[in-house]
Design a protein around this ligand. Structure first.
Ligand code: CP
Length: 328
């Protein structure tokens, strides 16, 4: 159960019950962001440090908002202006932050395994906000939350993930989560950007986007990192857009109600056409909205909060948390 997890390092190995409990808890927290006063006392007294060693817009703001809406105290760290620029190691930075009695650490780092390293080293709970090409578990969860919100459940669904599978932490977390929930996952992209053994994760491979999209219920479009072209992994941006770009023509192959997702930031006109990004099938901004609720649930559960399944239970938990703080 997620309630027993102190850290969220990845979706690999998480059970369907844990994922469901997490999504149910996020559903309860989503309502908080609709209130005039967008705040509950659930994490009052908890201190959280957001350590972003890599650029981020959505994830960083989303975690910060989630922390504020849970009444946590949070501090933000970015490499520029920190002692990392003077050569301080990750270990020393993290140990110094913990010495200031931080309870939870949210970390994004270019090195796969950096959150696991901190989790083995520190007393604080660690939440992975993206580690190299390994995992981006809260993105995977918010993508699943968005799909479940549309569909009600994951029964008999097919999701296509298209793009750079080899370097995508978003893809890896989505694959682990969706396969666990029983979803059929098809991956698609240039053969040079698909790991040769990816089928062992429970997905099938189809390099022809038209075939991959046959009867798809959702397509998750990955950002193409333009530096991969310089590395010779595909011939040109124009060719990528022509062969693997998701546009309204190719979407005709999918189910009429197929939803289009993108984790951002988007390269409009490359992996996704403008009209698709802004069209009625797009749930891209819903993903961003849902990210706050999902991160509230992750922080709450990793801090030891009991899982919540309904709004009444949210209110009861809030009342209990508020009473506990008064007593303390
Ligand atoms: N989806 C995502 O991780 O976006 P950011 O890099 O802006 O956080």
């Amino acid at each position: 159960m997620i309630t027993n997890r102190k850290h969220l390092l990845g979706l690999e190995g998480m059970t369907s019950e844990e994922i469901t409990r997490l999504l149910d808890t996020a559903e309860s927290f989503k309502e908080v962001s609709e209130r005039p006063v967008k705040k509950v006392p659930a994490l009052r007294g908890t201190t959280i440090a957001n350590l972003f060693f890599e650029a981020s817009t959505r994830t960083r703001i989303s975690f910060e908002l989630a922390e504020k809406r849970l009444s946590a105290d949070s501090v933000n760290f970015t490499v520029s202006g920190s002692s990392v620029s003077k050569g301080e190691t990750l270990r020393d930075t993290a140990e110094n932050i913990q010495a200031m009695k931080v309870d939870m650490i949210v970390i994004r780092h270019s090195a796969a395994g950096a959150p696991h390293f901190l989790a083995s080293l520190l007393e604080a709970s660690v939440v992975n906000a993206g580690d190299g090409a390994h995992e981006h578990p809260t993105q995977g969860l918010l993508d699943m939350f968005t799909l479940r919100e549309r569909w009600g459940n994951f029964d008999d669904k097919k999701v296509v993930i298209v793009g750079d599978l080899a370097h995508s932490r978003v893809a890896r977390s989505n694959i682990h989560g969706l396969v666990t929930m029983g979803v059929e996952v098809v991956v698609c992209g240039p053969p040079t950007l698909i790991p040769i053994d990816i089928e062992r994760l429970g997905v099938s491979v189809e390099t022809d986007l038209r075939k991959a999209l046959e009867d798809a219920d959702a397509v998750n479009v990955l950002r193409i990192q333009k530096e991969r072209q310089a590395a010779g992994l595909f011939p040109s941006i124009d060719e990528y857009a022509r062969v693997w770009g998701v546009n309204s023509r190719v979407l005709e192959r999918a189910k009429p109600d197929c939803v289009v997702m993108h984790p951002g930031p988007m390269n409009r006109g490359v992996e996704i056409a403008h009209d698709v990004a802004d069209g009625e099938r797009s749930v891209i901004l819903d993903q961003v909205t849902n990210g706050v609720a999902v991160r509230m649930a992750v922080l709450y559960l990793c801090s030891g909060g009991a899982a919540i399944e309904s709004t009444e239970e949210t209110e009861a938990a809030e009342a209990k948390a508020a009473k506990g703080k008064q007593v303390a």
